[in-house]
Design a protein around this ligand. Sequence first.
Ligand code: 5GP
Ligand code: ZN
Length: 140
Amino acid sequence: MIDPACIFCKIAAGQIPSAKILADEHAFAFMDIGPLAEGHLLLIPRQHYVTLDQMPSEQAAGLLRHLPALCRALKQAIGCEGLNVLQNNGRVAHQVVQHVHFHLIPRTSGDAFGFNWPADKYPAGRMEQLAAAIVAALKE
Ligand code: 5GP
Ligand code: ZN
């Protein structure tokens, strides 16, 4: 399904111009217009899904199969030392455009990009309890 009001659906359909990197049946990749680093790309499904959990696994597989080649191309073309692959899923997670997208952000030491990583510790038993709940939910 395509959402005619969605900016990324319009980009994937060629109705809004973009600096295209690749396109196939499932996927479209293009340069982010507000780069966090030079070469910042977006990889999006051609179909309109707001969040990743809405995607059928075949559609997700067709999309994500491009990640390794895109990472290699960025390393070669940009000369970055590494990359962050970032998927903001839901408004609470800083998703502004409501169409699934993966950011590929080239990283070099000393660059300007960074994020808060507040690693914590579980109280005894809590991690196992949560793991069991997630496994049960996965089987549903
Ligand atoms: P989000 O915060 O939703 O994860 O990121 C959305 C991204 O889409 C931002 O990095 C923003 O720069 C990019 N973006 C928004 N509108 C456009 C557009 O019209 N063209 C391109 N190429 N990128 C866009
Ligand atoms: Zn869309």
